[in-house]
Write a protein of this length. Structure first.
Length: 392
């Protein structure tokens, strides 16, 4: 019967890629490793909610990037008043501009994908609100050509479909580079998943040690009066019960053990593999920080003094991690949001107000000011400043 139904189904039209490289693109999902599953929910739980290093890396990057002031320019003109500025300052009733960017960048770091929705359109088609959508609830719907024609957002048993075929799509999808996936990005959390598992396992081992009175285990040796080395079943059960009730856990730490009937306690020290656990945990923490691009010095990790001081590490963090990320996010916003106003505007970071870059900006201002062969307009252009009204 099933075979007959299959034969009676009308043939679907053949799908064809619109891109020249369409025939050589293969769509496939990421496999599940033998460690933590590499889905967004599992990675977020193990690497962000249950891991202090991953949590601090994501918070440090997202908060630093969201705190950079923004400016809107159109050609050589800098806008001080514009509906786009108002939208970026207050994107929705529940969030401020920095809070929205922090959530958007946080999802991008955790899942490799960030989704932003434009909503509340007025009569002229301008959005009044911006909302960050959770990446674990979003699904890409490919069209006949293989590229996304819509996005489907599922929450609470309901699904909302966003059509992307309009002149200006309602969804901005920013994804990290993934060499084996055409629709979804690769997150730093996924790249550091093995180091996160090692770090979490070392934490569980330390917790188990604390539960065992914060000391290595030992062995109870029984030597009977008659030379026998075997306990009866009731003696063994009683001994196990007494050990669990009176000599295990942090509450019983330091309590002396009273042995009777030929029992002898032989403590066991830490083995070399036990001592390596702490160094393994520190190495795993540095690998997590490396995947996110955060200098370990900023996280307070011991044994890593690559930078001469904290200020140098902070500048490297902004130059190598924060600024490339915020420039990428703002470039995507500049290519999407101004289209609702049919204007060629750009959203840029105002680097002069970033305290971590104050030393570099001061040196740049000094060099430009001392260049007598440059005109005032050329100096302003080198410093990223808009043209003066009197120069127009």
């Amino acid at each position: 019967m099933l075979f007959g139904l299959k034969r009676g189904r009308p043939a679907e039209p053949p799908e064809q890629k619109a891109s020249a490289v369409g025939p050589v693109i293969a769509f496939q999902g990421a496999g599940r490793p033998a460690w933590t599953p590499k889905d967004v929910v599992s990675l977020t739980r193990s690497g962000f909610q249950n891991n202090p290093v991953g949590f601090r890396c994501v918070k440090l990057i997202s908060e630093a990037a969201a705190a950079i002031p923004l400016v809107v320019t159109e050609g050589d003109r800098r806008h001080d008043v514009h509906p786009l500025l108002d939208l970026l300052a207050r994107p929705n009733p529940a969030q401020s501009g920095p809070a929205l960017l922090e959530a958007f960048i946080g999802h991008l770091l955790l899942s490799g994908d960030g989704y932003l929705e434009a909503a509340g359109f007025d009569l002229e088609g301008h959005p009044r609100e911006l909302h960050v959508l959770r990446s674990d609830r979003m699904r890409v719907i490919p069209g006949p050509d293989g590229w996304p024609e819509a996005y489907e957002y599922a929450v609470g048993g309901r699904k909302v479909r966003f059509d992307m075929s309009g002149e200006v799509p309602p969804i901005l999808h920013l994804r990290s580079f993934h060499p084996q996936n055409d629709h979804y990005g690769l997150s730093p959390l996924e790249a550091a998943s093995q180091a996160i598992d090692v770090h979490n396992a070392a934490s569980r081992w330390s917790k188990a040690l604390l539960d065992n009175a914060a000391r290595p285990s030992g062995a109870i040796i029984y030597r009977g009066t008659d030379g026998s080395g075997t306990l009866r079943a009731d003696q063994y059960a009683r001994l196990v019960e007494e050990l669990e009730l009176n000599h295990q856990g942090a509450r019983n730490a330091g309590r002396p053990m009273l042995l009777e009937g030929g029992l002898d306690w032989k403590p066991m020290g830490f083995s070399p593999s036990d001592m390596e656990f702490h160094r393994t945990k520190e190495a795993a923490a540095r690998e997590i920080a490396l995947a996110f691009g955060v200098p370990p010095m900023l996280l307070g990790l011991p044994g890593d003094n690559t930078y001469s001081n904290y200020q140098e590490a902070n500048r490297a963090f902004y130059r190598l991690t924060v600024l490339p990320l915020i420039n990428r996010v703002l470039s995507a916003l500049s290519a999407w949001l101004p289209r609702f106003w049919q204007a060629d505007m750009r959203i840029q970071p105002e680097l002069d107000q970033v305290p971590a870059l104050a030393v570099e900006r001061e040196a740049l201002w000094r060099r430009v000011t001392a260049a007598d062969f440059l005109t005032n307009e050329e100096k302003r252009r080198l410093l990223g400043l808009p043209r003066l009204e009197c120069d127009e």
